[in-house]
Design a protein around this ligand. Structure first.
Ligand SMILES: N[C@H](CCC[C@H](N)C(=O)O)C(=O)O
Length: 285
């Protein structure tokens, strides 16, 4: 049966999958905001649109709840990989997926697709690739004053942009207080995802997350890879890092060639149809 939407979460970072091969939904910014709205819509941290086929290759689009499009999403590609397994689109345990931010390589660690390892590609700290304004340089340990606080920031792209703030006691309150100002700071022309990072030991870090276009989330795959890569670049951790977030744990390992691998769970929430009233609002153009 073809449903309008399929919902999953990855450590509490929840996404709706809308499959254009099963339901034709007009994904205008306004409709994305409505569908993702926690009170007036289905509610989610974003929408994954696919599978989109170019020949034999499969790609997806990643939409934030504010209607913006993201180049990459770590939890999103794990959830989408699980969807492809659940709906019989893939029958192999390894396959690649195209995102706006580049190819990722998927490895199913069990038959159900509930534990998935992704090669997220490589990271760059180069200001022009993130982007970050100012002279071309690697953005490492740079001061950013926010609400009178002198923050030490390291910025990185793993396809999507991230600002990692070294912080003594990261909390949800910290993310809510400082996140929005950093996300929208003039230093970041494409806005930016924000992580408040505490290094616990050489193999464990804690982060609190404020996502570009989504706000506070319980977990984030690309944020986990970005924060782990920043801590590794700064010499604060080894190359195998457990990333602890309110929603749970993601394992990151950084290989010699610089490829960043992420391993984490995916959970099915449900599938369903928009009500006629919601559908009328979505289609009313
Ligand atoms: N809000 C992010 C995309 C989703 C990232 C996150 N949910 C993940 O798991 O990587 C951005 O605009 O780059």
């Amino acid at each position: 049966m073809n449903f309008h939407f399929y919902k999953y979460h990855a450590l509490g970072n929840d996404y709706i999958v809308i499959d254009p091969n099963k339901a034709g939904v007009d994904l205008s910014e306004e409709n994305i905001r409505l569908i993702c709205h926690r009170n007036f819509g289905i509610g989610s941290d974003g929408i994954l649109v696919g599978p989109l086929f170019q020949g034999k290759s499969i790609s997806l689009r990643i939409l934030n709840p504010d209607g913006s499009e993201a180049e990459k999403s770590g939890n999103g590609v794990r959830i989408f990989s699980r969807y492809l397994v659940d709906e019989g689109y893939v029958t192999t345990k390894e396959f690649s997926l195209g995102t706006v931010g580049g190819e990722v390589y998927v490895e199913l660690l069990d038959d159900k697709g509930s534990q998935i390892r992704i090669d997220m590609g490589t990271v760059t700290f180069q200001s022009t690739n993130i982007p970050v304004t100012g002279p071309e340089r690697e953005v490492l340990n740079e001061e950013l004053v926010v609400h009178g606080q002198r923050l030490v920031t390291t910025c990185v792209s793993i396809g999507n942009p991230h600002c990692i703030v070294l912080y003594d006691k990261p909390s949800r309150e910290t993310a809510l207080d400082l996140g929005p100002t950093i996300e929208n700071h003039s230093r970041f022309p494409n806005r930016i995802n924000v992580q408040f990072l505490k290094v616990l030991d050489r193999n464990n870090i804690q982060i609190e997350i404020w996502e570009r276009g989504a706000g506070y989330t319980l977990a984030s795959g690309s944020s986990s890879c970005a924060a782990a890569s920043a801590a590794y670049r700064l010499g604060m951790v080894d190359n195998e890092i457990n990333v602890h977030m309110p929603g749970g744990l993601i394992k990151v390992d950084i290989q010699n060639g610089g490829h960043v691998f992420m391993t984490g769970s995916v959970t099915q929430v449900g599938k369903g149809f928009f009500s006629e009233e919601l559908w009328a609002r979505i289609q009313a153009k």
